[in-house]
Design a protein around this ligand. Structure first.
Ligand code: ADP
Ligand code: X2W
Length: 257
């Protein structure tokens, strides 16, 4: 069966629409099995603020002290994951929540402990539990937490975690669901962007902030052999039974034509 990896951004989890959930059902009808990796940056920030910790980011990655890691794990596993699983189940999409650390699904290593604390890169993904759940007809919903060889829990940027899971599962499509209709260039959604344009738009400052990890992990996923990567909106329909709506990212335009 063909699989679609859906990364659901923290920016949009609270704004997912009926049309979006209807598109997921359409994708299942079209023969795709779904796997989710979710973010939760806003939920984490909210809880950190309540505890008086000021969020700190370096190149888009959250500096994660021991205290922050405890909150990140509590929020991602206890709040955001529960919220998304509940939303899917209430739309008759049979979802089950799991942590990236469960059964060592996401194995990673520290990026730079001195600068970032317990923030990790993905080294390998253990597909076993994911494929077992898919075989049972369930939608795995995975937190972007990883674990090192020594058992240290890692906070992983959800875009990178999603791209790594997509690569490991060799999915048909990888969709980054966010709070905008796609990548906006000069105020308009681009239907398709190639690698070279992505780099150019980052340099020109047209692609900034939270969109940067999405495009860089999209390009990494394409390089690793994935065929289709898209940025789509969770606020509307993303599929009409034939076409996915949003911005497709490709290595080279001529390959697609
Ligand atoms: N060129 C662009 N097109 C669309 N959005 C962009 C662009 N450059 C930066 N962004 C920002 O990226 C945001 C999405 O990233 P982020 O907030 O990290 O979302 P998520 O929680 O889904 O990962 C958009 O809301 C927008 O503010
Ligand atoms: C290391 C790192 O930055 N981890 C992220 C994990 C959540 C995430 O990426 O959530 P979004 O997709 O909503 O941004 C964080 O702590 O915010």
């Amino acid at each position: 069966m063909k699989t679609i990896l859906i990364k659901c951004g923290g920016s949009v989890i609270d704004q997912l629409t009926e049309d979006f959930f209807a598109s997921l059902a359409e994708l299942q009808k079209a023969g795709f099995q779904l796997v989710f990796v979710h973010g939760g940056g806003p939920d984490i920030n909210e809880m950190l603020e309540l505890t008086g910790v000021v969020p700190e980011f370096h190149n888009g990655l959250r500096k994660t002290t021991k205290e922050t890691l405890n909150i990140v794990e509590m929020v991602l596993s206890g709040k955001t994951n529960r919220k998304l699983v509940h939303l899917l189940n209430s739309h008759h999409l049979k979802a089950i929540g799991i942590n990236g650390t469960d059964n060592q699904i996401i194995q990673g290593s520290l990026i730079d402990e001195a600068a970032l604390g317990y923030v990790g890169n993905v080294e390998t993904v253990n597909n076993k539990l994911i494929t077992k759940l898919l075989t049972d007809g369930l939608i795995p919903v995975i937190t972007p937490l990883g674990i090192t060889e020594n058992g240290q829990i890692l906070n992983i940027n959800a875009d990178y975690a999603a791209a790594a899971v997509a690569k490991s599962l060799k999915v048909e499509h990888c969709l980054f669901v966010t709070d905008v209709d796609g990548i906006l260039i000069d105020g308009k959604v681009a239907n398709i962007l190639e690698q070279k344009e992505v780099h150019q738009y980052i340099e020109e400052g047209q692609i900034t902030g939270g969109m940067i990890p999405k495009v860089t992990s999209s390009l990494a996923a394409l390089e690793s052999g994935l065929k289709s990567v898209m940025i789509v909106s969770g606020k509307k329909a993303i599929y009409d039974g034939q076409t996915l709506f949003g911005t497709q990212i490709v290595e080279k335009l001529e390959v697609v034509k």
